[in-house]
Design a protein around this ligand. Sequence first.
Ligand code: C2E
Ligand code: CA
Ligand code: CA
Length: 695
Amino acid sequence: MGLDPTLWSAPDPRLRSLDRADDLVRQITEYVRDVFWLKEPGSGRMLYVSPAYQNVWGRTVDSLYAAPASFLDSIHPDDRDEVIANLGSQLTGGYDVEYRVVRPDGTIRWVRDRAFPIADEDGIVGRVAGIAQDVTERRKAVEELQTRERWYRTVFEETSDLITVFDAAGQRRFVNPSVEKVLGYEPSDLVGTSVLVNVHPDDRSRVERLLTKVKEDPEATARAEYRLLRKDGTYGVFEGVAVAMREGGVVETIVVCARDVTSSRFIDPLTGLPNENLLTQHLELFARRSRGGLAGFSLVVLGLDRFRSITSLVGEPAADQLLVEVARRLRAQAPEASILARIHGDLFAAILQGVTGLDEVLAEVSRLEAGFGQPFASPMGPLPVTAGFGILVAPPAEAGAGEILRDALEALASAKRLGHGRQEVFDESMRRRAMERLDIENGLRRALQTDELLIHYQPIFDMRSGRLAGFEALARWDRPGAGLLPPASFIPVAEASDLICELDLWVFRRAARQIVSWRERFSRHSDLFVSVNLSGRHFQGGSLADRVKTILAETGAPPAAIRLEITEGVLMKHGSATSDAIELLREDGLRFALDDFGTGYSSLAALHRYRFETLKIDGSFVMSLGTPSERPELVRAIIGMAHTMGLGVVAEGVETAEQLAFLRRSHCEFGQGYGLGRPMDEAQVEALLRRDPIV
Ligand code: C2E
Ligand code: CA
Ligand code: CA
């Protein structure tokens, strides 16, 4: 530190201020936050210590002058030995230690302490000068970095995304374990290979452009869709998001987070059969053909009996293998000209081309059913499995794909009601049930005009302060003669048509008006928000953003008072239309929450892409805390990950005090659940608003 050593050799042994130092030096020592000290090594006497000592150590300067050895008492017991071992180097140079200081009030500061021996002309060290710097903030940052790294590691291992870290030359340096599920490789198979090694030849230039873009533009995150070769020789479709990590302005690594979107396109990745999308397209095509007078067709759908209990009995991987085997047997039994598909879960379908007579269809169904004649292999030994069949014979020419599939599924539902291994042909009684659903649909349409619909509001609390933060608006239907219906009894019907959009917007309008009124009338709650659920259907048409804006204008609700909840499934299904709509609304100041997180794909790429403000951990994870199926480490990892991505977290389904305590400890900001507050009507909300913040 270029100071003149003579400045420090003050004659007065009880030097309190640096008499002979010039003003500048005194000012530095008196005002900087670092602690300067000067010691006489022979006697151990403290000659000077700057006032900052009081701030860092929480002790008076005088106490140190009076008892220089009290310095050692103030050091954390775990660090004391190291400091003592290093004291000798204060005389020889090189004393540079970090230790914790325990203040009298018990709080802890991290200190970096350095010393410089000051020798006279004869080379005798008569003084030692030192600087002790408060490095608590830096240490905290390092510790935070370490926990963040731990979170990332957990998430790397849990996510279904494929995360690859490339070096600047495009060699793979790190691949997360999901590669095994997604592509069939071990991470070690791919580490060290070039980026293009398993990219489909037609997509290589696209991947190269993706990497070039992030290399050139430090701010950019780039996105591309491309095919990757699986170990089994098939290709999967992936959506990759890339970011470049820089070190001193130079690109060090590129991280690509890729999501398998194969299934959301056309193929079921598990069985390799066409998925629901492709099935619908085929049905559309066949329906058009039969309208044109070409060969007709029939549709058979089948679902395994007791599949849920089988899954819980043998475990998910074995249940998946069972589905693969079902697909294989169906393929072996189905006629050449048929099209097989897996709709989802244990639901399969077969389009029988040119088969239009009831007897013919039933004959084909018996052949398909023969596939279930032999038991299936399972970890528990041979397992007999049966299936129910829903049959739709030669649908009328005017029927569309959606209707055809719905009728066949109706027949299947009715077969399932009869018992195991049953078959049902779609008929009038089923049409009747379809009518019942239509009745709900019509009733609901009316309910939207009258005042049969209402909202219950479930409080969301800030768990740090215990204060009420907002509400989630949950639809209820007070149907004449039927009582108060929960959403489960009408939302699914509404979801099957565009009615859900009307319903959601009704809830939105009503809740927006309500929140404006509450914010005004309860001045302590002027920052209250309301969360509104949005179905995926909104993202199929294009008018969501406009309609939302109209409602905001109509009700005068500030956009920041509204939170829109969407589930992950929505994002997976509707690609770019969804992201455009979300982006538009975000620009207008609306905020988004990702609902039911953890139940679906738990995709980091999606979180990154859509830039949500809030993540809602699904209630099932929270409610299982404290039970044998709990996964606390996963809950913690989700919270940590959300925080590093800048998202707030709401835990749903908080029922017990233990769950609440765990979430608080895990730094989860918000909580919602029966243990904190059930969904309530407007009058109950107002009573709560008067009472809060007493939780
Ligand atoms: P959600 O969005 O996940 O809403 C939370 C559900 O969990 C609510 O059920 C709520 O009452 C329930 N819940 C909250 N805390 C607890 C708890 O501690 N324990 C348990 N066991 N359950 C708890 P609700 O009101 O029956 O709603 C069910 C679902 O219906 C909602 O799930 C949402 O998906 C849908 N829904 C409700 N209102 C609307 C709406 O206006 N539009 C749309 N599209 N969907 C809605
Ligand atoms: Ca919700
Ligand atoms: Ca939820």
